[in-house]
Design a protein around this ligand. Sequence first.
Ligand code: HPA
Length: 245
Amino acid sequence: MKKIAIIGGTGLTQISDLNIINREQIATPYGSPSAEFVTGELNHKQVVFLARHGNPHSIPPHRINYRANMWALKHLGVESIIAVAAVGGITSLMEPACLALPDQIIDYSYDRKHTFFDDEFSPVTHIDFTAPYSQSLREQLITAAANANIKLVTNGTYGCTQGPRLETTAEIKRMERDGCDLVGMTGMPEAALARELELEYAALAVVANWGAGKTEGEITMAEIEQHLHTGMANVLALLKAFIAL
Ligand code: HPA
């Protein structure tokens, strides 16, 4: 099996079932990654874990050093990445606490360091991004979900906003017209940087709330935390089933 990394998002700062073997700080040409890289065994298989927002959770989405994170994972010899991310649900299947495996992305983020091909020494490079997520990893995750009897929405378009604020009702309406099913703040440039480094990458989204304006009233942190708590238990079960494949 390929060397796997799990990137944990909001609600997944550490994996309690991970039998920790090693913790490592990695310096990169792009600065410091979000946190130390934790190597451990999950279900007797070795995985690397990184807390995207730091441990404890302290880095907002727009300040994450995505390039340092991805460069360090490549440096560690990682080949496949499962990126867990909290999202808002836009279309009807994406109800709070459910898990979804997006297959497309629309990027609304800005002002982020989004490429490794950025200086005068790099050749002008246009990676293919037609299918932004690894189809092979997606299929394995779908099989794992079926094996573990975990409900998983197996398609969807992830819209990445800049944050850290949540969206307005009009923004979510526009995103829905654009074809977005999910809204999150960390999916890009992470996915594109993975592709630039030729890393297999899939996003496992956990719906924390309905997108702005989809329900009466405001979106509360209490609601988000409660749904993430439920969803993350399924994420862990799914990750274990994936590792057991
Ligand atoms: N919008 C953007 N990102 C999010 C949301 C949301 O509603 N919920 C969790 N992450």
